[in-house]
Design a protein around this ligand. Structure first.
Ligand code: FES
Length: 108
């Protein structure tokens, strides 16, 4: 397990959207309405990038086919075609003035 810093806290603000590639993971860090989220950067439906997704009220809506996922637990809330699995939600970790994620090297 290792802490991987993503950004300095001072850089985060509402509207913040940034993608990161860590090992084979593509992650998307967002801040909306003072809430920070770290999720997989691609949609579990057909892997459309989520950096242009609509985020509001704790829900992320993919721009491709408008599937909606809960940002609390990643579950699929609404789909317009066949259902898919949930969106992976990552736990954010704070260390000093940085925000990051803990990567489990065993899962690589
Ligand atoms: S790829 Fe995201 S909803 Fe289809």
């Amino acid at each position: 397990m290792r802490f991987v810093p993503l950004d300095k806290l001072i850089n985060l603000h509402d509207g913040y959207t940034c993608t990161f590639k860590i090992d084979h993971h593509q992650l998307l860090l967002l801040q909306r309405d003072g809430q920070r989220y770290l999720v997989d950067a691609v949609c579990p439906h057909r892997e459309h990038p989520l950096d242009a997704a609509l985020v509001s009220g704790g829900v992320i809506q993919c721009a491709a086919h408008h599937y909606r996922f809960s940002l609390a637990d990643g579950r699929l809330l609404e789909n317009t075609e066949e259902p898919c699995g949930g969106l992976r939600i990552w736990e954010l970790v704070y260390e000093g003035n940085e925000i990051g994620v803990v990567i489990d090297d065993q899962s690589i």
